[in-house]
Design a protein around this ligand. Structure first.
Ligand code: GLC
Length: 434
């Protein structure tokens, strides 16, 4: 085994193998088309926000199309926002009327999505917001969109937190009993460090969510499920957001820690019409590779429109990533950090039994590729995109007087033209022991 992860309460085997998932942020805020935090950013009242609900009519919604795009991009699981911070539920819950089935949308959006993605072979994950900007018993702290409105804060001092906790636990129970096997629960998020001030309460964390009891219930309902870290009780996976880590996460015993970076196309999670900072397919592919080389997954987000579609900017990029994954996926699935250090401008991954190393070339070298320390280790090399051999070259062929210290460098002869893929991958076969 080339890499070794620390055990957690849930089943992470499939997750470590699959590496690449689709995040979907969808809700009535798509009608605003300017971030899923629009209610908070614009300090909207419930009445003002209502117009998005009243105009949320995703008539073009076809989750089969979404699921196919995800599978063809190489994604193996998906995580859908069952409820975001605006509190509006995307499934037909019995616990509130603040659900899309009561909007012009008129239907449960989660059920057909779960079915469609399962049909394409993807595992199902649910994102669920702990935070709620609308629930009448979510006590008022700085997180509330109207926290600067003194009248509002004063008028809402009699909220009964225990009712919100019952709602939260009840929603999770519905989600884990009515949709078959759920592999991943992604809670979002705790902010207990935010201080109380005047009539505003302190932020909320694990004690407020009654997270221990919540987790016990979850494990009883879905024993193998993975749970993220944002209830404030560490569980199966650490979920950094919109960042790349600089090295693998390791515990005190030297074992790897499971993590997953969630990433966006343009900075926003929900549909944002006017945001232009879109990542290129090459950057997205490099982010995925970089994460896997450090033992992490990537959950890449799509924010569908109010009409219920992935917009062309997203489709184009998913297809480009899929084109790369189709031929290079072998360096991602079932792979993790490598025993050997990669040279500059490259990232290494290695498969689970250690028999293959994948050198991802972030820049393409002229004529020869030098891989320190791999000379005695590797006996065959090929380009992964077309399976063509890269000849191993002797040191003398380069220069007869190479210093001793470089004698164990593997030298491969490479074409002058960069292979026609976003990021070329060199597949290195490790010599069998003995
Ligand atoms: C954040 C944001 C949120 C987004 C999430 C994704 O915590 O509040 O809008 O859903 O991160 O990780």
């Amino acid at each position: 085994m080339a890499f070794n992860y620390a055990d957690t309460p849930g089943n992470t085997d499939w997750f470590i193998h699959d590496r690449f998932g689709m995040f979907i942020h969808w809700g009535v805020y798509a009608a605003g088309g300017r971030h899923e935090w629009v209610k908070k950013y614009e300090q909207m009242t419930n009445e003002q926000y209502q117009r998005f609900f009243d105009h949320f009519d995703p008539d073009l919604y076809d989750p089969k199309v979404w699921a196919r795009l995800a599978r063809e991009a190489g994604m193996k699981y998906f995580v859908i926002t069952t409820k975001h911070h605006d509190g509006c539920c995307l499934w037909d819950t019995k616990l509130t009327d603040w659900k899309v089935t009561n909007a012009p949308c008129g239907r449960d959006l989660i059920r057909p999505m779960v079915e469609a993605f399962r049909e394409e072979g993807l595992k199902v994950g649910f994102y669920h917001s702990l935070i709620d900007w609308t629930h009448p018993h979510y006590t008022i702290d700085r997180m509330n969109p109207r926290c600067a409105d003194e009248e509002f804060v004063k008028a809402n001092q009699d909220r009964d937190w225990s009712k919100y906790v019952a709602f939260l636990h009840g929603c999770v129970r519905e989600l884990l009993t009515e949709f078959g096997e759920i592999s991943y629960l992604f809670f979002d998020y705790s902010y207990s460090k935010s201080p109380a001030e005047g009539l505003l309460k302190a932020g909320k964390g694990k004690d407020d969510w009654e997270a221990e009891r919540l987790i016990d219930m979850i494990r009883e309902l879905q024993p193998g499920i993975m749970i993220n870290d944002r209830t404030e009780i560490p569980q199966d996976v650490i979920t950094p957001e919109q960042v790349q880590l600089d090295k693998p996460l390791v515990n005190d015993e030297g074992k790897l820690i499971v993590w997953e970076a969630c990433q966006t196309f343009s900075g926003s999670w929900g549909y944002f019409r006017d945001q232009l900072d879109w990542k290129s397919p090459e950057m997205i592919v490099k982010m995925l590779i970089d994460g896997v080389s450090k033992g992490g997954n990537m959950l890449f987000n799509v924010g569908p429109t109010g009409r219920g579609e992935f917009e062309p900017r997203a489709v184009e990029r998913l297809q480009a990533v899929g084109k790369w994954m189709r031929v290079n996926g072998r360096s991602i699935y079932g792979c993790g950090p490598c025993d050997y250090e990669a040279p500059k401008d490259a990232r290494f991954t290695q498969n689970a039994d250690g028999s293959r190393i994948y050198a991802h070339m972030f820049s393409w070298p002229f004529k020869h590729l030098y891989l320190p320390k791999l000379g005695p280790v590797v006996d065959y090399a090929q380009l992964l995109n077309d399976g063509s051999e890269l000849k191993i070259v002797s040191h003398d062929a380069i220069h007869p007087r190479l210093p001793e210290t470089q004698q164990d460098t593997l030298i491969l002869e490479v074409p002058v033209q960069k292979p026609p893929v976003e990021v070329p991958v060199v597949e290195l076969f490790v010599k069998k022991q003995g």
